[in-house]
Design a protein around this ligand. Sequence first.
Ligand code: 5GP
Ligand code: MN
Ligand code: MN
Length: 323
Amino acid sequence: ELNSLMDKAIEIIKNSNNIYMASHVDPDGDNIGSLLSMKLSLKKIGKNVNIIKVDNIPGDFKFLPSVDSITDQPFDKNVDLFIALDSGDMERLGVAKDFALCANNIINIDHHKTNTKFGNINIIDSKVSSTGELVYLLLKRMKIDIDEDIATCIYTAISSDTGSFMYDSTSSKTHLIAAELLNTGMNMNKVVINLYQNRSLEKTKLFIAALNKLEFFQEGKIGIVSITQEMLKKSNAKMEDSEGIVSFLRDTEGVEVAVIMKEIKEDEIKVSMRSKEYVDVSKICLLFSGGGHKRAAGCTIYDSLERSKSMILNEIYKSIEEK
Ligand code: 5GP
Ligand code: MN
Ligand code: MN
């Protein structure tokens, strides 16, 4: 099934010249790594590729080859093909949604189980660890020579979405792909340092402020923390610096669901959730028009921080009781 979808996608790619892609809102390593590996590969076969920047690219990813090609310069809307990567629905494409809508074809490559299948070709497998894994399989099928730069981007994608090969979406195939990527001679240490060993002082300060405000509910099964604009100001940090706090909270003994509530502005709260063993957080986020995976999901609530928090907690209580 996946193979025949890939063959259809390859046919469309062959027949397209102006190919557009875009980062998703709040881009992560899987999204950016997938985009750049795809871009480098499509360049190799002579395509004209544009990547639309939809949101700020976190500093952790600035080391990636060709990252500067993700730009917000004005593009013309002559789009043969739009390739969406790691984007569960069209809203995730932010301002780039318009480019997808006017494309002759949309190829949608993703691993979110909540994916709305908005492409005319949808290569969706919610069992794979990352979109990077799917991109790898597609590039192999296209017989692209996966060089060190392409491997670096795909490795970044896979490592990011598996929490360094720890989450239960990590399979033996994931490791086999990682091994093949390493065989290209890519520098794994460089990826590790940039992704995991490069925390800024501002980020550390925000981390400390957040850890001072952790709250636990349901005998410690739920951990929750809020990041306010005030906290950002005090730490001289940006909201993207809150990345990693929610997984730290999940890693606490006894915690099943960890939640971070980010105050983007008044009455706009971005919620990120993580779970450990049995709660499907994508189901909870779907109730608030978001989505994601069983163990990692998100949504935005347009209400006060306090009210958003109690709505979210209520739903988590229910899903813990259902168990
Ligand atoms: P994060 O919490 O790291 O922002 O996102 C966790 C997972 O949930 C990611 O796979 C991300 O794509 C997905 N996700 C986060 N926020 C949203 C959202 O608002 N809508 C949808 N559909 N997925 C989201
Ligand atoms: Mn993503
Ligand atoms: Mn992903």
